[in-house]
Design a protein around this ligand. Structure first.
Ligand code: SF4
Ligand code: SF4
Ligand code: SF4
Length: 152
């Protein structure tokens, strides 16, 4: 995942406030949270910053396969062990007698399930990383032995 410092280093660092933020660092933070767009920084579109703009665009481009939570499942790495399925706290809360104990899901509110030997994500709006709570849950990542789950 792109870091605040990576974004900051590529900005013009003029602290000119044209973007409506007090500093370039504050703007970098808004970029990271999705509250600001690169287009809000006019100096960035001057020719001397063309290369930095290109790098920023590529860092902030939506990643192919990412869900609305930023969840990506690398199918080529997943071997369907189900660790993430039984560990996901949303699965546990919504389907305690099905997905949470390694059985076929009995609720359509689960997020992670194994289908044809590979995990798939549905109902990602239920993921703890979304919504008002925005809890930085990483249970599915840390329980995966093959690093098949990533958030971007
Ligand atoms: S407009 Fe660009 S250069 Fe100026 S403060 Fe904002 S981020 Fe920095
Ligand atoms: S981040 Fe947490 S809530 Fe979201 S899918 Fe992974 S384990 Fe479930
Ligand atoms: S823990 Fe990893 S390998 Fe196992 S089912 Fe989940 S994503 Fe696939």
């Amino acid at each position: 995942m792109v870091s605040l410092m990576e974004l900051y280093q590529l900005l013009p660092k003029l602290n000119c406030k044209e973007c409506g933020k007090p500093t370039c660092m504050a703007f970098a933070s808004s970029l990271l949270s999705g509250e600001a767009d690169l287009a809000d920084c006019p100096p960035l579109y001057e020719s001397e910053y063309a290369e930095q703009l290109q790098q920023l665009e590529s860092l902030l481009a939506p990643v192919s396969g990412a869900t609305e939570t930023g969840l990506i499942i690398h199918e080529e790495l997943c071997f369907g062990c189900g660790n993430c399925v039984v560990a996901c706290p949303v699965n546990v809360a919504n389907d305690p007698h099905g997905a949470a104990v390694g059985l076929a899901p009995s609720s359509d509110k689960v997020i992670l399930r194994v289908l044809n030997g590979v995990v798939v994500a549905t109902n990602v709006h239920e993921c703890r990383r979304l919504g008002n709570d925005k809890i930085l849950c990483d249970v599915c990542i840390v329980t995966c032995p093959s690093k098949a789950i990533e958030f971007v």
